[in-house]
Design a protein around this ligand. Structure first.
Ligand code: GTP
Ligand code: MG
Length: 689
């Protein structure tokens, strides 16, 4: 009855103790000792203490419990991870070929746009989702046969494309190519699938199939901003670069031959020129800059410098903007090895003059006209090899830089940096004015190996200054008529185009009575004109036997490759599998001119050693991955906001989504998605023939 009425008296008393007087609380303002302590108060206090400690225990228990939970969970997770699961697949990193990702941008994986619309609606229908899910299950089961069968039977849900990409992931490139090209080899699926599979083929060494698949993209039609031909062009260049990369890794001795073969293919692409010119420059940069950079890089490794220079020309012709990496790869190809051979204060100290063997190019100009900086830019934008400074008259000796001495297959030549003239306002001017013209005159007069004079003039000078005229006088006096002479208008990055043009015009007018002068523009800082300068240097330094052999290297290596026949490729040709004819008719080799090789006596090398050592010297040691860390961060992503073709990249989306699913789905098959997929896949396995 008491219980029904409420708590007992003692309970009531406990609950009525005001908090300030509670023995557990130290907050009571009056802590005076009580005079009398009744039995009730003592019992009350004891009870309260007991209650308090009980609560504490509870609290402690509450604190302990989550820790124990974690331990148990960790144990469970460990046990699960040890289970052997039938369909567990190693979680590889799924990557779009990173080297050639044009902007190194992350794919935008969100399917919903801000305005609520769905992107790529084609792939979001019920049927497409089911197809994708099934394909994903087959991929997890690593079952290529089912993937192929399903891909062939469900072309409407883009099953063929998904299947082709899935097969490349299972390293079944041949089957993937067959699926992507269609039953007749002429019916492409989506352009991104074609591009992806073409890349896989190129990496496998099946370049013909890669070209075939790339060119099939022309049948995929154009989108709002991008022409079909430009996609084909892009894919061919990318495949070529990947092919050369894999050749360099697996068959380095045949790299030059394969490089020459690729160069021929690139030439034929120019028939699609108009398709590229229809794009905006920005789009051209996004699509083609990086593939061309890589191509130039591999040409450099293959010592195919004329081909690399031609690739630069093609970029100019098609209006593909270049960046500093383009010129870096070109420079590293042209000057693969360089040393400072000698610093000469007098001409008598100069190294031996070897006209037929080691040609020379010299850089002349006034003080501070940028001679040393230009040499640095030619070696590579990342190198500061020749000492340069804003201090006037910094270079005080003839500096002889020897290039490519130990690189057989490349022309061996010398670049000469000189002290500048026209520095009357500098201390020790008297000795400078007296000595340096004599030094330069002696050099110009006596040097038989001299092939090309580059006279550097600051673009902001507007005309030839006394120092420049003194130089011209020295050149005329030295009577070097057979030597090429080019005036280089430098530092064009710091002045307006009109100023540089005006300077060039005035110089041309001033010199027109005497000679038809060759004038070019360049900048060591923005690297403009560096490729042009390299092609001029190359013309001059390849007039030795070694240089002539170098010019011919592409043709000879290609011939060797054709002689080798099927041994020159890594695997069976995909064109056989696809039952399509060879992509290009193989041209008959041109007649072999053996004389060039017979002249091979410009080195201390024995005749028998040549074939082995041709590619076995310090092959690419200095080139290794110097430029790899460089990114295109300088480019403003926001400027390309309208360029959504890469973020909407369907194949990438598929592959990434698969990656997510594989990671997200628990191995035991938990999760609605996964269960549904399993049921569907079992259903399909039973129903499909
Ligand atoms: N903006 C710009 N500056 C340059 C360029 N080339 C050289 N310079 C600068 O010009 C200054 C002189 O460069 P150097 O390469 O030492 O010139 P130099 O002709 O070798 O000079 P001396 O050896 O003293 O005769 C340096 O401060 C360079 O940074 C260029 O193309 N653009
Ligand atoms: Mg200098």
């Amino acid at each position: 009855m008491q219980l029904a009425q409420g708590p007992t008296r003692r309970w009531r008393e406990v609950s009525q103790v005001p908090p300030a007087l509670h023995p557990c609380s130290g907050a009571g303002p009056s802590r005076e000792p009580r005079r009398t302590r009744s039995r009730t108060t003592v019992a009350l206090a004891a009870f309260t203490v007991a209650l308090g400690s009980g609560t504490n225990r509870l609290r402690i228990q509450r604190r302990v419990r989550p820790e124990r939970k974690e331990v148990v969970q960790a144990e469970l997770a460990e046990r699960k991870s040890k289970e052997v699961l039938p369909y567990a697949q190693p979680q590889e990193a799924i990557q779009w070929p990173n080297v050639l990702d044009p902007m190194k941008r992350q794919a935008d994986l969100s399917l919903e746009r801000e305005d609520g619309e769905m992107k790529r609606q084609n792939f979001q229908g019920k049927r497409e989702r089911t197809v994708r899910a099934l394909m994903q299950s087959f991929l997890r089961m690593q079952d290529p046969l089912r993937i192929i069968r399903f891909g062939i039977e469900h072309p409407e849900g883009d099953g063929r494309g998904w299947a082709a990409v899935a097969l490349t992931r299972l390293n079944k490139t041949q089957e993937a190519a067959k699926l992507a090209a269609g039953p007749d080899g002429q019916t492409p699926c989506g352009y991104q699938t074609m591009r992806y599979v073409a890349h896989a083929c190129a990496k496998e060494g099946a370049i013909e199939a890669a070209y075939h698949l790339s060119r099939l993209q022309q049948k995929c039609g154009r989108t709002k901003f991008i022409t079909a031909g430009s996609r084909a062009f892009q894919s061919v260049v990318e495949s070529s670069a990947l092919y050369l990369q894999s050749t360099a890794e697996q068959m380095p001795k045949l790299l030059a031959g394969h490089g020459a073969r690729v160069a021929e293919e690139i030439e034929t692409l120019l028939e699609m020129k108009n398709e590229i010119l229809a794009l905006t420059p920005n789009r051209r940069f996004l699509m083609l800059n990086e593939p061309f950079n890589q191509l130039i890089r591999w040409y450099g490794r293959a010592r195919l410098i004329p081909q690399a220079l031609r690739a630069c020309e093609i970029m100019n012709e098609l209006g593909i903007p270049r960046n500093d990496m383009t010129l870096h790869f070109l420079s590293r190809g042209c000057a693969q090895q360089f040393t400072c051979l000698k610093k000469a204060k007098r001409y008598t100290q100069a190294p031996n003059d070897l006209p037929g063997y080691r040609p020379e190019v010299v850089f002349l100009g006034r003080v501070n006209s940028g001679k040393s900086s230009m040499i640095n830019a030619l070696f590579s934008s990342l190198t500061k090899f020749a000492p340069a400074s804003k201090t006037r008259a910094f270079t005080r000796k003839l500096m002889f830089y020897e290039v490519n001495k130990e690189r057989a297959g490349l022309p061996h030549f010398m670049m000469v940096d000189t002290p500048g003239l026209g520095c009357a306002d500098i201390g020790r001017a008297a000795s400078i004015t007296r000595d340096w013209p004599d030094l330069i005159y002696d050099y110009l007069k006596n040097r038989e190996a001299l092939k090309h004079i580059f006279h550097l003039v600051d673009a902001r000078n507007h005309k030839l200054l006394p120092g420049d005229k003194q130089l011209l006088h020295l050149v005329a006096k030295a009577q070097r008529r057979s030597v090429r002479y080019t005036i280089v208008i430098t530092k064009i990055d710091v002045c307006k185009r009109a100023v540089a043009n005006d300077t060039a015009q005035r110089i041309r007018e001033e010199l027109s009575p005497y000679c038809d002068v060759d004038i070019m523009f360049a900048s060591a800082r923005s690297l403009r004109g560096v490729d042009h300068m390299w092609s001029k240097i190359w013309q001059s330094v390849t007039e030795t036997p070694r240089g002539r052999r170098h010019k011919d290297i592409g043709r000879k290596e290609l011939e060797r490759l054709r002689e080798l026949g099927p041994d020159a490729t890594k695997g069976p040709s995909l064109s056989e599998l696809l039952e399509i004819p060879d992509y290009r008719n193989v041209q008959q080799p041109q007649s072999f001119d053996g004389e060039e090789w017979a002249e091979d006596n410009d080195y201390d090398m024995k005749v028998g050693e040549r074939s082995e050592e041709y590619f076995d010297d310090k092959w690419g040691e200095e080139l290794d991955d110097e430029g790899e860390g460089r990114t295109l961060d300088d480019f403003d992503d926001e400027a390309y906001e309208d360029e959504d073709d890469f973020s909407e990249d369907a194949t990438l989306l598929v592959v990434r989504t698969w990656g997510w699913k594989l990671r997200g789905t628990t191995a035991s098959g938990r999760g609605l998605d996964s269960r549904l997929f399993k049921m569907l896949s079992v259903f399909c396995c039973c129903c499909l023939p």
